[in-house]
Design a protein around this ligand. Structure first.
Ligand SMILES: C[S@@+](CC[C@H](N)C(=O)[O-])C[C@H]1O[C@@H](n2cnc3c(N)ncnc32)[C@H](O)[C@@H]1O
Length: 229
C-alpha cells in the first residue's frame, strides 16, 4: 500500500511521471527557489519536507553552491532515488527518513530556509497548522518558509476548471488521463488540499510575517513567509 504522496507504485518512474501530471512542475520549483532573499553564495542551512526523489533538493543545492539541505521523507522508495540523485553533492545533502509533523522539524532555531513541494497538501487542516507552528520554531529569526503545493478552490467551477486544465496538460504529453493513471499506476488517495487564503491566515497566526503567494497556476501555488527577526 502506498504512503501519502508516493503517487506511483514504482518510485523509479516518479521523475518523468510527475512532469506529465503536474503542469509547470519546473516553473513551480523555480518560483520557490527565486523567493528566498539570500545571496547565491550564502551558506544556507535548509530543511526540505517531503523531498521525494530529491528533485527540488538538487536544484536548491545547485542554485546555492554553499548551501546544505536536510532532505526528509517517509517513503523508503523515494529516498532510494534521492540517495542516487544527491550522491554528487556529498555531505551537503543529508537524507533522513521520517514523517512530518510527527518527527520533523525536530530542532529549534536551526534553519535559514524550510522548503517543501507537493507534499504538505496531504495533511489535514489541523496537521498543517501544527506543522506551520513547528516550522516557525525550526527557523532562525529572519528565516523563510516556502511551499509549492496543490491548493483547493472554494468554488466548484474553479475546481472543475483545474481538473480540465490538468487533463489537457496530460493530453499535451501524449496521454489520455485515465490511460496514464492506469499504465503508470498513479493515484493519490490522500489528497487534502486547503485553500490558499486559509493557509496564508494560518501562517500569520503561526507568527510569520511578509506572508504572501509568489506564484500560482490554477490549483498550484507557491507561498510562504518569514520568521520575524
Ligand atoms: C508528490 S511527492 C513530491 C516530491 C518532491 N518534493 C517534488 O517536488 O517532486 C510528495 C512526497 O512527500 C512525501 N510525503 C508526503 N507526506 C509526508 C509526510 N507526512 N511525511 C514525510 N513525507 C511525506 C511522499 O513520500 C513523497 O515523496
Amino acid at each position: 500500500m502506498k504512503k501519502p504522496g508516493e503517487v506511483f507504485e514504482d518510485a523509479s518512474v516518479y521523475d518523468p511521471g510527475i512532469e506529465a501530471i503536474v503542469p509547470r512542475y519546473d516553473e513551480l520549483h523555480d518560483a520557490l527557489l527565486n523567493a528566498p532573499p539570500h545571496d547565491r553564495g550564502a551558506s544556507i542551512r535548509a530543511l526540505e519536507l517531503g523531498a521525494g526523489t530529491g528533485e527540488l533538493t538538487a536544484k536548491l543545492l545547485t542554485r546555492f553552491p554553499e548551501s546544505s539541505v536536510v532532505a526528509v521523507d517517509h517513503s523508503e522508495g523515494m529516498l532510494a532515488e534521492a540517495d542516487r540523485k544527491l550522491a554528487t553533492f556529498g555531505d551537503r545533502a543529508t537524507i533522513e527518513e521520517g514523517a512530518f509533523p510527527d518527527d520533523y522539524p525536530e530542532e529549534s532555531d536551526a534553519y535559514d530556509l524550510v522548503v517543501s513541494s507537493l507534499a504538505i497538501h496531504h495533511l489535514d487542516a489541523a496537521d498543517k497548522r501544527a506543522l506551520f507552528d513547528a516550522i516557525g520554531d525550526a527557523l532562525v529569526p529572519g528565516g523563510w518558509f516556502l511551499n509549492g503545493d496543490v491548493i483547493r478552490f472554494d468554488a466548484p467551477h474553479l475546481e472543475a476548471l483545474s481538473s480540465d486544465m490538468i487533463a489537457n496538460w496530460v493530453r499535451s504529453k501524449g496521454w489520455e488521463e485515465q490511460e496514464f493513471m492506469d499504465i503508470w499506476e498513479a493515484s493519490d488517495d490522500y489528497d487534502d488540499p486547503s485553500t490558499l487564503t486559509d493557509q496564508l491566515v494560518w501562517l500569520r497566526e503561526a507568527g510569520f510575517e511578509s506572508v504572501t503567494s509568489i506564484w500560482q497556476y490554477y490549483n498550484f501555488a507557491v507561498y510562504g513567509g518569514k520568521k520575524p527577526e
